[in-house]
Design a protein around this ligand. Structure first.
Ligand code: GLC
Length: 626
């Protein structure tokens, strides 16, 4: 009998295994369904292109920043193809959901009034949620998402971000940043998922799929933008002689020079772009930085031969912000070099009239062949066609029916899950964590504990982000702790770390002040003296001490790690601080794994897994649990 049952059991198990693997394959196929290839739209695109004048073609190749748009009639006059809101470029009527939707609709109506009525693509840096807009859900920055190793979650985050963007009409995000940061001293480290190309590859693909959905034609999909091509995270640190006030910025990496042979560039920095192209990414942004001394925005090898030729990229290249200006001291020459190298659309925030006139002359002078213009406009129109922008039956205005889901609790729960999974437990002596919800008294210390701005970091409401209440809704870590403990538990708080005496435990929250791009380049990667003082004050109480670090990269804080009983790297978790409390109190067991090596000291930088001499404080992949 037993034998028979066994044989029946083993047969059942076999069938189950087969079903499971079939389910897994179909799931993978579902998520890995590639969007319809952009060249499938070429008949419609070529028919439209044939009708276009040179001026209408050149207009499609221009993206201006609404911040510098004095007369919206220019959108029609110059046949503008795209508008962006750079960081902080908010509606004049304020930063609300309605103000954004009204602004978008207002500009779109000018484009629809033109002879051919080609709608604009509106682009923003929705890099961790629709982070420019008040009360949008702000997710963990990519460094935290990298520690989740969870592509399904990244896909979900991308999808929610797309929906919240579409509620304002905006259909294009300059994300995902698929940089592979190799030196943590770079101010954009937190925009990267990992120093490991394989992690970036996996999560970058998921982000593209989240943003673009299964079909760009879906009115809830947005165009993604893999950036910054290529090697933006591999630049060589330059020592900059700054004055004493700038001592912490003695090093400069942002927009620098990536000195590496082509084999090295392909091994470290190219894989995420291969995957993004294969996933059907609609746009790619060349980097401000250089490769062996040549600006990426000027490199025909990079933009045309490798990306469009070898990888078969069918979408279009959007320059970075005034990046074309950096190609040559003479603006007209710079435009010619960059467009001939393969740039398709210029991000021309304010000088769009000059760009328009210069490019028109370059074509008339034969410097830029009309074939190059036609290729660029074909690529731009492919994306617009694929997104339904050329579909006369579809409204091109903001979908206000999505307003109920904007910033909704449902979206916030996904952000909370992302926070939970992103936290990395680096130390937990004597089972300090999880905390008890019934503790008599918990003291919370540090301004960062009650500071949505520090929690969110850069690219939040403002380009550089800002410390303090950024008047966007969310839950601080202090608020989350208060939400979680029992009614009998006292939670006390001090900004400076004093007053912990007599408490059962003190939770010290310290962090970096928000920054973005080159403003975050830093040689010493330590906390400010104020933040260090908070910890020192809290330690005087001589009670168990938990440290929560809010930072855009691994920091050099050896004393804090040694002197704390538990230490959690929370990165830049965004608005949903409740996810931090879920881990602190054990409602969610920490499972985050470092996606960057954690250096022992600043002079170890750059330090990356795979280095010949690899001796970090914590290795890539490290992370404890309960
Ligand atoms: C910035 C950044 C880029 C961003 C663009 C538009 O300078 O380099 O990541 O997408 O400008 O804001």
């Amino acid at each position: 009998m037993t034998k028979r049952i066994c044989s029946v059991q083993s047969g059942t198990i076999l069938v189950l295994v087969i079903c499971l693997s079939l389910l897994q394959i179909s799931c993978r196929m579902m998520t890995s369904t590639k969007v319809k290839p952009l060249h499938s739209y070429d008949n419609q695109v070529q028919a439209l292109l044939a009708k276009m004048t040179l001026e209408e073609k050149i207009g499609q190749m221009i993206q201006l920043d609404q911040e510098f748009l004095k007369d919206p009639q220019d959108i029609a006059t110059y046949f503008i193809g795209s508008i962006l809101s750079g960081g902080g470029s908010d509606p004049k009527a304020g930063n609300s959901l309605k103000a954004w939707a009204d602004m978008y609709d207002g500009y779109q109506k000018y484009a629809l009034k033109t002879r051919l009525g080609i709608p604009i693509l509106y682009g923003v840096d929705a890099v961790h949620g629709h982070n420019n807009v008040l009360n949008a859900v702000v997710f963990p920055h990519n460094i935290g998402m990298g520690c989740t190793r969870d592509p399904d979650l990244v896909r979900k985050v991308g999808r929610i971000t797309a929906i919240e963007m579409r509620a304002t009409g905006v259909q294009w995000t300059f994300a995902p940043c698929v940089t592979v940061p190799r030196d943590d001293r770079w101010g954009r480290t937190y925009e990267g998922f990992s120093e490991d190309p394989a992690i970036v590859d996996m999560l970058g693909e998921a982000a593209v799929q989240g943003f673009q959905g299964k079909d760009l034609f879906d009115p809830l999909s947005v165009a993604a933008c893999a950036k910054h091509y290529i090697g933006d995270g591999g630049t060589r640190a330059q020592i900059v002689e700054g004055d004493a006030a700038q001592s912490s910025r003695r090093v400069r990496l942002d927009q620098g020079d990536t000195v590496i042979d082509e084999a090295g560039l392909r091994a470290i920095h190219l894989p995420p772009y291969i995957t993004a192209v294969n996933a059907g990414v609609a746009t790619i942004m060349p980097s401000f930085s250089s490769w062996n001394g040549l600006k990426c925005s000027a490199s025909k090898r990079l933009l045309t031969e490798i990306l469009k030729g070898e990888l078969g990229f069918e979408g279009f290249l959007i320059s970075d912000y005034r990046a074309i200006d950096q190609v040559h001291p003479d603006y007209k020459t710079a435009i010619g070099i960059s467009i001939n190298a393969g740039m398709d659309m210029g991000m021309i925030p304010s000088k769009y009239k000059e760009f328009f006139q210069n490019l028109k002359e370059l074509v008339q002078e034969g410097v830029v062949p009309i074939s190059r213009i036609d290729d660029a406009v074909t690529r731009i129109l492919r994306v617009k066609c694929a997104m339904g922008l050329l579909d006369k039956d579809r409204s091109q205005l903001a979908d206000r029916s999505l307003w109920d889901s904007f910033g909704s609790d449902e979206h916030r729960q996904v952000a909370r899950q992302a926070v939970r999974e992103s936290l990395v437990l680096l130390k937990n002596e004597n089972k300090t964590l999880p905390l008890s919800k019934e503790a008599k008294r918990i003291h919370v210390a540090g301004n960062s504990a009650d500071n949505i701005g520090v929690q969110c970091g850069g690219w939040t409401i403002d380009w550089q982000g800002k410390s303090g209440e950024v008047t966007t809704s969310g839950t601080t870590i202090l608020g989350a702790i208060r939400n979680t403990v029992s009614a009998d538990t006292r939670v006390t708080y001090s900004e400076d770390g004093t007053g912990a005496d007599g408490a059962d435990i003190v939770v010290v929250v310290v962090g970096e002040k928000p920054y973005a791009e080159g403003f975050g380049d830093s040689a010493d990667l330590t906390l400010s003296s104020d933040e260090k003082a908070v910890f020192a004050n809290a330690k005087k109480a001589d009670i168990p001490t938990v440290v929560i670090l809010l930072s855009g990269r691994p920091l050099i804080v050896p004393n804090m790690i040694v002197q704390s009983d538990a230490f959690v790297a929370a990165w830049l978790p965004g608005t949903e601080g409740q996810g931090v409390a879920d881990v602190l109190f054990g409602d969610f067991k920490p499972r985050g794994k470092l996606s960057f090596s954690w250096a022992r000291s600043a002079d170890q930088h750059p330090i990356n897994v795979g280095d010949e001499e690899y001796d970090p404080l914590f290795e890539l992949g490290f992370g404890l649990s309960f």
